[in-house]
Design a protein around this ligand. Structure first.
Ligand code: ADP
Length: 253
């Protein structure tokens, strides 16, 4: 493994009240910097902009109004990057922001352009932090969720591994919030109908995709030859454990 895409979901980045979980973000940054020290190239796909905007603007609930949601994403994206920049620099690492959308992957010229920029940043030792450009694109022109975006990014940089950090230990055989006897699945070698059935609808209050989009991402990543792991972001040193080949989460090969 040389190139890694790490995706963190809203439910992991924000606290129950919707504000950013700074302690978690710090531990994430420390781990990414350690991976860089070990010679890995890391791209971070980070959600959390709407959540951060809600915290900043003192919204208690995600608004239904689309313009309000997009405006919150615009406010929150700045808070989010401000925090990343502050913490990454404390560990002597630079970051860059790439706000992408579907057209950046479907238009060949744009695709090649983004790929060159991404590779240039990695060769400088900079950690690209990627999010969908939510404030400026309409729904039908979006990738739509950051799980899928992380798989597209994996294709872009020819990654070996995608790590999806969520608020749950991995894929369970049924929704663990509804069924107490749900069992964690450690390895998936074929994402067939029985696996897809396990991923119900939407996930947590602040998350967007739930398990379904994570399975879509796993399928896409596997297709381009990258492994994908879903693991719990709250597990201490989760990224280092994964690269030390300690068995946690759900691995899709
Ligand atoms: P994120 O913000 O990290 O993308 P989501 O909240 O969108 O996370 O998705 C994770 C959630 O999906 C879990 O917290 C859980 O409630 C839900 N879920 C539904 N079905 C399953 C399943 N079979 N295994 C694990 N989680 C599931």
């Amino acid at each position: 493994v040389k190139k890694i895409v790490v995706k963190v979901g809203t439910s992991t980045l924000t606290k129950a009240d919707g504000t950013l979980n700074e302690e978690f973000i710090k531990s994430l940054v420390v781990q990414i910097c350690e991976l860089k020290r070990r010679g890995y190239d890391v791209v971070l796909v980070s959600s959390g902009a709407v959540g951060a905007g809600m915290g900043r603007m003192k919204f208690k609930e995600k608004p239904c109004n689309i313009s309000q949601k997009q405006a919150l994403a615009a406010v929150g994206q700045v808070s989010l990057m401000h925090l990343y920049e502050y913490i990454f620099w404390a560990y002597s690492s630079g970051i860059a922001q790439l706000l992408l959308t579907r057209g950046d992957f479907s238009d060949r010229k744009r695709y090649l352009n983004v790929r060159n920029v991404c590779n240039q940043l990695l060769s400088w030792g900079i950690v690209p932090i990627i999010n969908e450009n939510d404030p400026v694109v309409a729904d039908e022109l979006k990738v739509g969720d950051n799980d899928t975006l992380s798989a597209l990014v994996a294709g872009l940089i020819d990654a070996d591994l995608v790590i999806i950090l969520s608020d749950i230990d991995g894929l369970y055989d049924k929704n663990p919030n509804e069924f107490k006897d749900a069992k964690l699945i450690n390895l998936v070698q074929n994402i067939d109908k029985s696996i897809l059935k396990m991923a119900g609808g939407e996930g947590s209050k602040f998350g967007t995709g739930g398990m379904a989009t994570k399975l879509t991402a796993a399928k896409m990543a596997n297709k381009i030859g990258a492994n994908l792991i879903i693991a719990n972001g709250k597990d201490s040193n989760v990224l280092l454990k994964i690269l030390d080949e300690i068995v946690i989460g759900t691995l899709f090969v």
